[in-house]
Design a protein around this ligand. Structure first.
Ligand SMILES: *Cc1c(COP(=O)(O)O)cnc(C)c1O
Length: 406
């Protein structure tokens, strides 16, 4: 039986600062032949030298290497690292952020249960709730991201989980997370939060009462646009065991090569985020003075409705934000979007490169419809020099102006 790497270094690191934790968390060189980085252990079968140990192997399901599906040294090195950075005890890795979300919801909900999800939730999460979980007898409702403690008005006797995402997908509304988790806690309701935008460096879900912190590690944790991965972190032993059991039942397992890549990316998370934030703020400062711009959607901005919560609870803002422009037709949109030199168009974000995409058509919302009177676009500020990015945007606005005959 192979030992799970780390815990001792994990405990000391918990007391240290973020930049130190991202640099050191995870692998245990003494268990890796001295190698600093975790070797990539590709494994399905793990062999035993006695029938007694083989028969007892499942006792190690939660923290030992017993079968490839339940984790290898490479995956445990990363899950330990992420748990340390989240300030939690445990982490379960999945093959994508989406599978992390669907696993977490499947693990805590069952037939007859009711779940409340934030209205501004990531589109594919909403579709999983509406299209899949409802088929298994789960009642799904949405709450206003600005509800705060008033979320309790929507609690029913069978409400089992509250699902949050902050800031909101596409529209960037903030949630008063401590108010929501306090209300949920009083009713014994499990809380989950998709924290992909802030990462555990800029917001600590577990310290704000959230039971399961969700990350699409595809984004900032990896940071290089070349790998898919998801992570679920918790401080609860019971929730960890449930998540791990249900992952095993579904046969969900993160690939060691992918875990290695994310672990490599994690080392620079602190410095990358600093630059993403600086670049986002440089672009926003410039965009705010453009006549074409109606509104910027970014909770780290003083004029943003979510600023008070952001300032109270968050330690930084990342590189993704929304911009509401004057309406544009398809011809104008093509003139604007199709010819950037640096900004690229594509799904996902969190990598080193800057992205720009239209955020319309508007997602379906019950409580707080997204802005309908303009063209909402989404920008991810990458790691380039901000002056070059601004020049690229300036050329885009010039093309848009020409398309409008100005
Ligand atoms: C991208 C994203 C996801 C899904 O992650 P994948 O790794 O692409 O499956 C979930 N939540 C948010 C907020 C995201 O941006």
């Amino acid at each position: 039986m192979t030992q799970r790497p780390s815990p001792s270094t994990g405990d000391a690191l918990l007391a240290m600062r973020d930049a130190t934790r991202v640099a050191h968390a995870g692998p245990a060189p003494r268990l890796q032949g001295g190698a600093l980085n975790p070797p990539v252990h590709r494994a399905s079968t793990i062999v035993y030298d006695s029938v007694e140990k083989y028969m007892a192997r499942h006792q190690g399901l939660y923290d030992e290497v017993i079968y490839g599906l339940y984790g290898t040294q490479t995956t445990y090195a990363l899950s330990n690292a992420i748990a340390t950075i989240e300030g939690g005890q445990h982490c379960v890795l999945t093959p994508s952020g989406t599978s992390a979300i669907t696993l977490a919801l499947s693990a805590v909900l069952g037939a007859g249960d009711h779940v409340l999800a934030v209205d501004s939730v990531y589109g594919p999460t909403r579709r999983f709730l509406d299209e899949v979980l409802t088929r298994f007898g789960v009642a799904v409702d949405y709450f206003d991201p600005l509800a705060g403690a008033a979320i309790a008005d929507q609690f029913r006797d069978n409400t089992r989980a509250v699902y949050m995402e902050a800031p909101g997908s596409q529209t960037f509304e903030m949630i008063d997370v401590p108010a929501v988790t306090a209300a949920a806690c009083r009713h014994g309701i499990v809380t989950l939060l998709d924290n992909t935008w802030a990462t555990p460096l800029y917001f600590r879900p577990l310290a704000h009462g959230v039971d399961i912190s969700i990350a699409s590690a595809t984004k900032y944790l990896s940071g290089h646009s070349d790998v898919m991965l998801g992570a679920l972190s918790t401080a609860s032993d019971a929730l960890y065991e449930t998540l791990k059991d249900v992952a095993a039942r579904f046969g969900i397992c993160a690939a060691p090569d992918d875990c290695y890549l994310v672990h490599r990316g994690l080392r620079t998370l602190d410095v990358r985020l600093e630059r993403h934030q600086r670049n986002a703020r440089a672009l926003i400062g410039w965009l705010e003075n453009r006549a074409e711009v109606r509104r910027i959607l970014y909770p780290g901005l003083e004029s943003d409705p979510g600023y008070a919560i952001w300032q109270r609870d968050y330690l930084g803002a990342s590189g993704l934000f929304g911009v509401l422009l004057d309406p544009m037709d398809m011809r104008e949109a093509s003139a604007f979007f199709d010819h950037f030199d640096l900004f690229r168009m594509g799904s996902s974000w969190g990598g080193y490169e800057s992205l720009i995409v239209p955020a319309w058509p508007a997602p379906i919302r019950r409580h707080r419809p997204p802005p309908s009177e303009g063209a909402l676009i989404r920008i991810h500020a990458g790691l380039e020099d901000p002056e070059d990015l601004i020049a690229d945007l300036e050329r885009g606005f010039a093309r848009l102006g020409r398309a409008r005959g100005q």
